[in-house]
Design a protein. Sequence first.
Length: 111
Amino acid sequence: MVGVFSLVSLDLANRRREFAIRMAVGATSDHIVSGMFRSAGRRAAVGIIAGVAVAAIATHSLQDLLFGIALLDVTTYTIVIVVVVGVVASAAYLPARRAAATSPLALLRRD
């Protein structure tokens, strides 16, 4: 989870210049925050879909080694998905608020 948080946060922090330009041409801070959440959400969705597929395949191939565990343990999958979505949302929120609160001129001068 620390790795997911770090990657999402770093990716959005590296896009400061893009968000500064959007703010300079008229985007509101709400648009910036929602755009950052959408971007992080799309990547999280792809990762969750790939992770569930790989986990289902791995569980199926390790069926003989897993005693007393169903092939598709819905509770475990649900908990993991909720935790990953929570981590991605918190990782997107911090840089989004920071970028939305800073003036576009200050963000462009920093780069």
